[in-house]
Write a new protein. Structure first.
Length: 106
């Protein structure tokens, strides 16, 4: 049962963008919950240079079979040329919480 659920993580440059992603995913029933945290500091290599940026992270709870739709919805909104969109399986979880995710995402 647990292998049907994932957390998708994305980062974005501002809080309003994170909220826009969260609301879009919830409104389309592509996620049961999106947690927004930040700002965080990201240090990364981009086009041969080391960059530093303030970002906000979205942690999205959804079903594995919705990943492609979640990714497409994020890309439609996201301003980055190459946005971070990473899915990780939920290896263990409260069974009642998983039922809640199931009921609240498509």
């Amino acid at each position: 049962m647990m292998n049907r659920y994932i957390q998708v993580i994305t980062t974005i440059s501002d809080k309003s963008g994170a909220e826009k992603i969260a609301k879009a995913l919830i409104n389309k029933r592509l996620a049961a919950c999106v947690q927004i945290a930040g700002p965080i500091k990201s240090i990364y290599r981009w086009k041969g240079k080391i960059e530093t940026a303030k970002e906000w992270v979205c942690i999205i709870k959804t079903k594995k079979n919705l990943y492609e739709k979640v990714e497409a919805a994020i890309k439609k909104i996201h301003p980055y040329e190459v946005p971070e969109i990473i899915a990780v399986p939920i290896a263990a979880a409260n069974k009642d919480y998983l039922k809640w995710i199931k009921l609240n995402s498509e």
